[in-house]
Design a protein around this ligand. Structure first.
Ligand code: TXD
Length: 308
């Protein structure tokens, strides 16, 4: 039987996620949005693209959650994106209302689904979704780390003139400007990243990675990044549906790992058919640990504001 993925919020990230997922032919798709006609129109357009790429994927759009019934995965992208000058945290209360409804309704129609959350501020929204849907921690995961790490990989590839395939970078922490690019664990074809370029160049890449989302928001003027966030969603969905046991950085609920409790936070996780199979713990040095704690403090503030 075909798998089913529903995407709540058929805006830029939602519809682009559908596009990347359809290309992988891993599931039939449902797009949900509050705007009348929009998810239906985008779904039909994407359905009509399938013959050209030779993929048998059904795509349906709706304004009602009943269309999502029986989904294996629900992706939550519904919410407002940032405008220039806004931080992700500025979206907290408006998006909390939207994510709350999306998570509750999604689980009502798909009680066995795994939730992948994208809406910002990401870590707090993932935690809210877990709480309101009353799910065990392994069934909720937030997307941020694949994107942040991909940004760093892209910048290193540009700097060194090496294939992106050779570049492995790991960005941990909350999805905010205090995220922690782990240069010590990153490498280029096995060579430690720190040995591949002068330290000032590496520092510039770390800084650009941290501000990568804002760089795009400032260029676009309306809306935020969508190609890279959406392809990260597709990678996570594929890892879950194919039970790949794939290790990726993502936001997961921590219960003591990295010295953190009761917080969704960006760490390496292993994704398989049950969702988050495992949180992987790096041996961090004191400087890295301190940077993670600083990042966690920002996430904690949002969690406290929402009484989670
Ligand atoms: O890496 C990450 N985690 C992120 C997160 C990367 C990129 C974008 N990130 C965040 O995702 C961004 O800050 C926003 O909070 C969300 C969605 O971003 P997107 O760029 O897709 O925003 P759009 O294009 O405005 O789409 C949001 C859609 C829009 O069509 C609304 O009509 C819809 O959400 N919306 C709803 N759909 C269903 N149900 C409800 N209640 C609803 N409210 C709004």
């Amino acid at each position: 039987m075909k798998n089913k993925i529903s995407i709540i919020g058929a805006g830029m990230t939602g519809s682009t996620s559908a596009h990347w997922i359809a290309e992988r032919e891993i599931a039939d798709l449902v797009l949900i949005d509050v705007v009348e006609g929009m998810p239906q129109g985008k779904a039909l357009d994407l359905l009509e693209a399938m013959p050209v790429i030779g993929k048998d994927v059904k795509v349906v759009g709706s304004n009602d959650f009943d269309a999502t019934a029986g989904s294996d995965i629900v992706v939550i992208t519904a919410g407002l994106p940032r405008k220039p000058g806004m931080s992700r945290d500025d979206l907290l209360f408006a998006n909390a209302e939207i994510v709350k409804k999306a998570a509750e309704e999604s689980i009502r129609y798909s009680p066995d689904a795994i939730l992948i959350v994208l809406t910002n501020p990401l870590d707090a929204m993932a935690q809210l979704a877990m709480k309101v849907a009353n799910l065990p921690a392994h069934r909720v995961v937030g997307q941020a780390g694949i994107l942040d790490s991909a940004r760093m990989r892209a910048f290193v590839a540009l700097e060194l003139g090496v294939s992106v395939e050779n570049i492995h970078c790991y960005v941990l922490g909350g999805h905010g400007d205090e995220m922690v690019p782990l240069t010590r664990a990153s490498n280029v074809a096995g060579i430690p990243l720190e040995d591949t370029m002068p330290s000032d160049r590496l520092a510039a890449i770390v800084d650009r990675t941290r501000k990568g989302g804002g760089e795009i928001v400032n260029l676009l003027k309306t809306g935020s990044a969508y190609y890279a966030p959406a392809v990260a969603i597709a990678q996570m969905a594929e890892a879950i549906l194919k039970d790949k046991h794939l290790i990726v950085p993502a936001s997961a609920y921590l219960q003591g790992e990295y010295g953190l409790q009761n917080i969704f936070f960006g760490v390496p996780v292993q994704l398989g058919s049950t969702g988050v199979e495992k949180v992987i713990e790096y041996k961090l040095n004191d400087v890295e640990m301190a940077a993670l704690q600083k990042s966690a403090a920002g996430v904690d503030e949002n969690i406290a504001k929402l009484n989670l």
